[in-house]
Design a protein around this ligand. Structure first.
Ligand code: PLP
Length: 384
């Protein structure tokens, strides 16, 4: 990544960590197929198993619980589609602000899907959860519940412990989409009630295209891709050895690069900057528990497409919310679910911070804001 660029889009993809790059290149150079028994195969196998240990250790899991996948989207699909199949699930329950990977996997199961509403701050409505669980028990349903730990657009944390304890009495499987929490806080997979967890490498400075599904022992039969017995039969296909090695190295190195208190101070300064620019700026989810990585905001009267282009010209990379594969800016289903007025949601921007963020980034962001071409009428701040 260009050293002069200001990168405030960690939630989309964090910059590659130097340790991950080195491990990736070393594994690429050493070659071999982990299933071969000769020395090259054994060397490739060693890269994969070292990475498995590293990912397990940093997720509070055992190495045998880690299944490498092509990313969290595949991990979620395996957990939900494969989980529904393996256990004879009859109903799916997801939050209204889940990532598209969860929404699409829920639909792909072909089962009835119930969506839990969130409040105005983006937090799951626990009374609605209680009602859904009572209805499921009444109907004798077996539920598959998929909930995100942290929302990728707003940074809002879901009350996982409260959700897990409520689920207790109802027959269910629980998958936690831990993508945006991994590395920033302990995941404690072993200690949690969750049966499955999805992780993604590129959110912690690994290359993209690699992730993991964590499976508790009783969920070991949850499969999606049949093949040559790789990953102990849990995911067919020759392992992406170099990407896996990069993931393992990033897992180990990330805590040395990411300091939550430092990122929180930067986040606070970034929010002060936004409010100083426009007193009527709205920060979404500000009243909820949020991870320090993310500021989702709107400057009323400023279109996000205009703002993104102007900021990009000034060398500052932000996002409009979730990174959309088409490159288009679509209205956020997350903000819709939070009841944000469409006119405001259409202006949504997301700054996301991480291991490489610095005070200079925030200063450059502040300077770039001043150059926004869309000058508003009314309100405080510099807009005219
Ligand atoms: N879940 C969340 C919360 C995410 O932020 C993302 C990535 O944007 C995913 C799932 C999908 O991850 P991947 O890009 O590894 O498929």
């Amino acid at each position: 990544m260009n050293a002069n660029a200001v990168y405030l889009d960690h939630n989309a993809s964090a910059p590659l960590l130097p340790e991950a790059r080195a491990a990736l290149l070393a594994a690429l150079d050493s070659g071999g197929n982990p299933s071969s028994i000769h020395r090259f195969g054994r060397s490739a196998r060693a890269h994969v198993e070292a990475a498995r240990e590293a990912v397990a250790a940093t997720a509070g899991a055992e190495a045998g619980q880690v299944v490498f996948t092509s990313g969290a989207t595949e991990a979620i699909a395996q957990g939900m589609i494969g989980g529904a199949r393996a256990f004879g699930v009859t109903r799916i329950l997801i939050g209204a602000t889940e990532h598209a990977a969860v929404q699409a996997a829920a639909a792909a199961t072909g089962l009835p899907v119930d969506t839990l509403p969130v409040d105005g701050e983006g937090v799951i409505d626990l009374a609605a959860l209680d009602a859904a669980l009572a209805a499921a028990s009444e109907a004798g349903a077996l539920l598959l519940v998929a909930i995100q730990a942290v929302n990728n657009e707003t940074g809002v944390l879901q009350p996982l412990a409260a959700i897990e304890s409520r689920l207790g009495a109802t027959p269910h499987l629980l998958l936690i989409d831990a993508v945006q929490l991994y590395g920033r806080r302990p995941l404690d997979f072993a200690a949690r009630a969750a049966d499955m967890m999805a992780l993604s490498g590129h959110k912690i400075g690994a290359p993209s295209g690699i992730g993991a599904l964590l499976l508790k022992g009783h969920a070991d039969e949850v499969r999606l891709i049949a093949g040559g017995g790789q990953e102990r039969g849990r995911r067919g296909g020759t392992e992406a050895v170099a990407l896996i090695a990069g993931f393992g190295a990033a897992a180990t190195a990330f805590p040395h690069h990411y300091d939550a208190a430092r990122v929180m101070a930067l986040r606070d300064r970034l929010e002060d900057t936004i409010r100083a620019y426009a007193a009527d700026a709205v920060i979404f989810g500000a009243g909820a528990h949020r991870l320090e990585t993310t500021v989702a905001f709107a400057l009323p009267g400023v279109a996000n497409t205009t703002a993104l282009m102007a900021l990009d010209l000034a060398g500052v990379a932000l996002s409009s919310g979730s990174a959309c594969a088409s490159g288009k800016v679509a209205r956020s289903h997350v903000l819709d679910a939070m009841g944000v007025a469409p006119a405001l949601a259409d202006g949504a921007l997301r700054a996301s911070l991480g291991w490489s963020s610095t005070e200079q980034d925030i200063a450059a962001f502040a300077a770039a804001l001043e150059k926004l071409p869309a000058r508003r009428t009314g309100g405080a701040g510099k807009a005219a």
